[in-house]
Design a protein around this ligand. Sequence first.
Ligand code: FAD
Ligand code: NAD
Length: 475
Amino acid sequence: MSDTFDVIIIGAGPAGYVSAIRAAQKGLKVACIDGWKNYDGSTAFGGTCLNAGCIPSKALLESSELFHRANEEFSTHGIKVGGVELDLEAMQARKGSIVKQLTGGITALFKANKVTGLQGHGRFLGNGKVEYTPHDGEPEVLETRHVVLASGSTPVELKTVPFDGRDIVDSWGALEFDAVPKRLGVIGGGVIGLELGSVWKRLGAEVTVLEAMDRFLFMADQQIAKDAQRQFKKQGLDIRLGALVQGAEKGPDGIKLTYEDGKGTQTLHVDKVIVAVGRRPYTEGLLGEDTGVKLDDRGFVVVDDECRTGVENVWAIGDLVRGPMLAHKGSEEGVMVADLIAGEFSEVNYAVIPSVVYTAPEIAWVGKTEEEVKADGTDYKVGTFPFAASGRAKAMEQAAGLVKVISATRDDEILGVHIVGPMAGELIGEMVVAMEFQASTEDLQRTIHAHPTLSEALHEATLSADKRAIHAINK
Ligand code: FAD
Ligand code: NAD
């Protein structure tokens, strides 16, 4: 490979591979280097998201929810299913096949867009030079006009509860269990803890979630978080707040977890532990000496709003940089950077990035929480609508939860939307579009929603903000 590239991207997760495709679509000569290796030693593009994150977790969430419904809900619909059995091997194989199809799709997209996909290690050396070391090959130095760093993130390990790859695992290990643990301890009641805790709970595990914070889902609107917490409790998820884990000890009765809460030192005996206490940026072996690229005190590559590192023609995107660790956030940064390199205008609207927790019920939001709006000192109004009053939610037998819309009193602009309930992750999309166009509550009030759909709950919540909801009592 003696030619000079226009762009070399290090990392082919949703940030890197999307950036590579966009840059190639702009007519740039692009290489994307990725070092991902699966447990079986196979390689694949797609990074954490496709191989060990978003996609495999959603595959298992879907399967486990169907298993749960077949056992617990079908009879309510008048459907008798005797002898529902779990075939975990088949469930895992289905998950694996989805991952393979999607990662294979990226290889095909690279080919179709003439992206040079390289598998191995990439290291930025400075001055337009990137060292590429193929898996089982010799390093070579590639030349490029621009470098995009997109090496992603890795799970945080607790010193007191180190991973052993078998009984004490990270989220990837928890996606690969070959048997349902009888007693499962989850350290961290964040997004991963709730999603993977839900998967194994539905498949039969006794799940206890130990969360250090006193507040459940502290980043979410607290009215929504409280509603969700109540529903998880009803499902039998044992969520213990204010529980700071101190250590783990293996013994004849499985693993003894020790934690401190408001009442003192407590213990919990489990068979498997998932540690899900956050992720940190991954920069091992990424940078040569004196590249000028700066890391902050938490290890994130420092960038400005346009993902420039401050070193000319060196950019960084995705989990490697500040902002929420979300696939769609990284992808949009990848698109922006490719457009900017091509000399076009581009930007990411960081104020309107949706978040979704794919539990049942789903939790989704965009914009500010009520706590944040209050702290800003903005005068605001709130509209809510319960799914209990939605005909469609009732028909689906999923009528718990609510929609909450927060708008500015001054000009009626929607500031935040928060949902706990069925298909919340799909519903939030409408509100993302609305907020991107700076819609007011009135704009939504005047929009016709098909009946009977879940989206009517969004409409009614905006009406409720002005005490005009039709299908709920206005308070
Ligand atoms: P990554 O996806 O981590 O990709 C980085 C790639 O770079 C990897 O392939 C890595 O091997 C490679 N790499 C690193 N260093 C080098 C190097 N020096 N040379 C070559 N290659 C290198 N987000 C969502 O938005 N929705 C979800 O539903 C969701 N679910 C998740 C579930 C789980 C269990 C987990 C763990 C995460 C989930 N996330 C989800 C978060 C999401 O996976 C990340 O935000 C996203 O993958 C970040 O993309 P990225 O491209 O920045 O990094
Ligand atoms: P997180 O930050 O969402 O949650 C970690 C939780 O662990 C926090 O609530 C924290 O208070 C708690 N914690 C930290 N130390 C602890 C300790 N010693 N004892 C008990 N609790 C402790 O992180 P995560 O769940 O690991 O997820 C990592 C990232 O992956 C997140 O930033 C998230 O954005 C992303 N992700 C997104 C999705 C999604 O979009 N649906 C799904 C999975 C992961």
